[in-house]
Design a protein around this ligand. Structure first.
Ligand code: ZN
Length: 163
């Protein structure tokens, strides 16, 4: 296993829609192991392939007891609404309030290629939606009005310069 470098905004791969996963082999398992390790090291709860520079339909998450690999993810049902602060490892975890569905059902394939559906609410549902967005080249700031989006980017750049 290896810790990968996390891709940061505005690298182009973050805006790329992922290619579907078609091979469920050892290479994919190793990639997922790296993604988990990279996510834990960064103290995140989810990580998409785009965030380590690979435009793929793939993410891993470990959030509120839901630990899974999602290949070719899709949100098949959304109900209710929540407004909560959200951050992203690719934007230095600078938080901003994002409106999301309160409950979401994720449909995806696991690392072996088995299809599954998983429903979650609250924080884990936000994670489903945030990571599935990544797989489609979309960032959480894309859900924000222009002014707030610019504020997040500004703060992220500022904090980066401090390091
Ligand atoms: Zn993110």
């Amino acid at each position: 296993m290896a810790i990968r470098k996390i891709t940061e905004y505005p690298e182009a791969v973050l805006a790329e829609a992922g290619k579907p996963i078609t091979e469920f082999d050892e290479e994919l398992e190793n990639l997922c192991a790296d993604m988990f390790e990279t996510m834990y090291e960064a103290e995140g709860v989810g990580l998409a392939a785009q965030q380590i520079g690979l435009p793929l339909q793939l993410f891993v998450m470990d959030c509120e007891g839901i630990k899974l690999v999602a290949a070719n993810p899709e949100i098949v049902s959304r109900t209710g609404e929540q407004s909560n602060p959200e951050g992203c490892l690719s934007l230095g975890k600078v938080p901003a309030v994002v409106v999301r569905a309160e409950k979401a059902t994720l449909r995806a394939q696991d690392a072996k290629g088995e299809w599954f559906e998983r429903e979650a609410g609250g924080y884990a549902a936000r994670c489903f939606q945030h990571e599935t967005d990544h797989c489609n080249g979309k960032l959480f700031i894309d859900h924000l009005p222009k002014m707030r989006r610019e504020m997040v980017v500004k703060r992220f750049k500022k904090e980066k310069n401090w390091k």
